[in-house]
Design a protein around this ligand. Structure first.
Ligand SMILES: *[C@@H]1O[C@H](CO)[C@@H](O)[C@H](O)[C@H]1NC(C)=O
Ligand SMILES: *[C@@H]1O[C@H](CO)[C@@H](O)[C@H](O)[C@H]1NC(C)=O
Ligand SMILES: *[C@@H]1O[C@H](CO)[C@@H](O)[C@H](O)[C@H]1NC(C)=O
Ligand SMILES: *[C@@H]1O[C@H](CO)[C@@H](O)[C@H](O)[C@H]1NC(C)=O
Ligand SMILES: *[C@@H]1O[C@H](CO)[C@@H](O)[C@H](O)[C@H]1NC(C)=O
Length: 507
């Protein structure tokens, strides 16, 4: 009934009232309780006692740092002459963090391009194409092995013939393999006398496609005794899978393939990966320390850097504001080209967690006890102890926000905010509840009793710091039961608690 009321303060003592509703007489009586020690209750469109001036969008993608770091990392390798065949594929590693060259493994990676385990997607030999041929096996023929990114492992195939079929089958059986380099390595005593395969035909698996320009290892190693002949390479061919699948990590939604790399606000930094591994990038995003102003990582952009035509590294760029195709405008700089750019947005299991769906047509101020997805309830004898406001000065981001504490200052009872639909979660999986909270509306002393408790399926899982506070980030980890209920309980007018930008994400 009060939704079309606007108060306008001309000075702290006298104020003008503009009324355009039948509740006029009711309002006049309310006006007596309007000010308590100078406090204007939130329902009367007060001005918060203090306020933050944040740059919510933070900084934008530091492209020049990404590019200059790409020239420092060396992720190219091959099947070294003295490494035994059939080593397990190493886990994806981080090769740089924000311009610092690193060498760290990512523990939670499940690997991305997995075709294994889905028989309908198994590749046939006809699913490969020859990228480049070898130079032959004549006495004088010399060739070179690939030294490239995303090396996985290698095997020795029966060398009675130039055994392309067994090599492609090996690629098939190797998770994430999309390319093999098949070649003879001569004068390697390990191959000739040590390994049980007794074959000098190497089949090397990669997680990225390489070209003849990357055939740079000509052998020349001494592996047959002190004065023995040096190793050399013959008949080095390359075969690429014509189809592969990039997996969408749990808890993320894939955007359509991007035209370039994002240059977008809310940037949290980048890592380089040694593989194009979306699961590894998601693990890095999930583990990233939250930004004070923007909260946790909510989007990543993964892309392949190609320098002068040669794959060089795999960028995983992190953002707390989900980016979209409109900012995917970076196609590269100088000799570096951006390819295979994809964006993944972290799922928010609550709809409208920023309350922005709640608006008041053309007014800038209104309030309510419900939105499409949220419900605000007061205890018995309570009045408007929980509510939703559309009013930019109250909000953390955007224009709308939730309030705990009697909006009209009529009682000091706590209210409850409930996410009405229940959450479509996976039972047993871990989730993180993220929110921003402020309790500065009434000023330091009047906010002394501010509090908010977070309930998950009726169980207390945590609370925000009591008393006066500027906008502050909080996160609570919970385990889902499926169709979970999320409630926030708090406020004790004149101590007011505002909540905004509530996310529930896979941990
Ligand atoms: C922040 O970025 C969004 C788009 O992501 C834009 O709509 C908004 O105007 C920006 N705000 C500021 C303060 O720059
Ligand atoms: C990275 O670490 C692995 C395992 O610890 C090691 O084998 C490799 O040589 C290291 N690479 C670099 C470039 O330091
Ligand atoms: C990859 O990481 C998993 C989990 O941390 C670990 O169990 C596994 O041994 C690692 N694999 C290799 C080849 O290092
Ligand atoms: C196969 O490899 C073994 C071990 O290196 C070598 O002795 C043999 O000559 C090779 N056979 C052919 C046909 O190249
Ligand atoms: C690409 O350009 C960078 C910066 O100008 C330079 O350092 C690098 O050597 C170039 N790389 C190649 C392969 O041309």
């Amino acid at each position: 009934m009060l939704q079309s009321v606007q108060w306008e303060l001309s000075d702290p003592i006298s104020f003008r009232v503009m009324v355009s509703s039948p509740g006029f007489l009711v309002l006049l009586s309310l006006a007596f309780s309007l000010v308590e020690c100078g406090l204007i209750y939130p329902a009367f469109q007060g001005t918060p006692a203090t306020s933050d001036s944040y740059d919510f969008n933070g900084s934008s993608t530091d492209t020049s740092n990404i590019v200059s770091t790409a020239f420092q990392v060396d992720q190219k390798t091959g099947a070294n002459a003295n490494v035994p065949p059939n080593q397990p594929v190493a886990n994806t590693t981080i090769t740089a963090i924000d311009g610092r060259v690193e060498n760290a493994t990512i523990s939670s990676s499940r690997r991305s391009l997995s075709i294994r385990g889905n028989p309908s997607l198994r590749r046939q030999v006809s699913d490969y194409e020859e990228v480049f041929a070898g130079t032959g096996t004549g006495a004088g023929d010399r060739d070179a092995a690939v030294v490239g990114t995303a090396y996985l492992t290698y095997t020795l195939v029966n060398n009675a013939t130039y055994n392309v079929a067994d090599c492609l089958a090996f690629c098939d059986a190797t998770p994430d393999c999309v390319f093999v380099n098949l070649y003879y390595e001569l004068n390697n005593a390990w191959l000739d006398h040590v390994y049980s395969a007794h074959s000098n035909l190497k089949c090397v698996a990669y997680g990225d496609v390489h070209s003849a320009a990357e055939k740079t290892n000509f052998g020349g190693q001494s592996l047959s005794g002190t004065d023995g002949p040096l190793t050399y390479i013959q008949d080095s061919s390359g075969w690429a899978s014509t189809s592969f699948i990039v997996s969408t990590p749990d808890g993320y939604d894939a955007l359509a393939e991007l035209d370039g790399a994002n240059e977008a606000p809310g940037y949290m930094g980048f890592v380089f990966l040694d593989q194009y591994d979306t699961d590894a990038c998601a693990a890095v995003c999930n583990d990233q320390s939250p930004n004070d102003v923007g909260g946790s990582c909510k989007y990543f952009n993964i892309w392949r850097a190609v320098v002068d035509g040669i794959p060089t590294t795999y960028t995983c760029a992190l953002y707390y504001i989900p980016a979209d195709p409109s900012t995917a405008t970076n196609h590269g700089q100088g000799n570096l080209t951006v390819t295979d750019s994809r964006g993944y947005k972290r799922k928010n299991y609550v709809l409208n967690g920023g309350f922005e769906d709640y608006t008041c047509s053309d007014l800038s101020f209104c309030y309510s006890e419900e939105t499409d997805d949220w419900l605000a309830t007061s205890p018995q004898n309570g009045d408007y102890d929980a509510s939703f406001f559309h009013f930019q000065p109250y909000a953390h981001t955007g224009d709308s926000v939730a309030l705990l504490g009697s909006a009209f200052g009529r009682d000091n009872l706590p209210g409850t905010l409930t996410y009405a639909p229940g959450l479509s979660t996976e039972p047993g999986a871990k989730y993180v509840i993220e929110l921003f909270h402020s309790s500065y509306y009434s000023g330091t002393s009047a906010e002394a009793n501010a509090f908010v408790e977070v309930y998950w399926n009726g169980n207390l899982v945590g609370s925000v710091d009591h008393g006066y506070s500027q906008w502050k980030y909080y996160a609570f980890v919970v385990v889902a039961e499926g169709n979970d209920e999320l409630d926030f309980y708090g406020g004790k007018a004149p101590s007011y608690d505002f909540l905004d930008d509530i996310y529930v994400m896979r941990a």
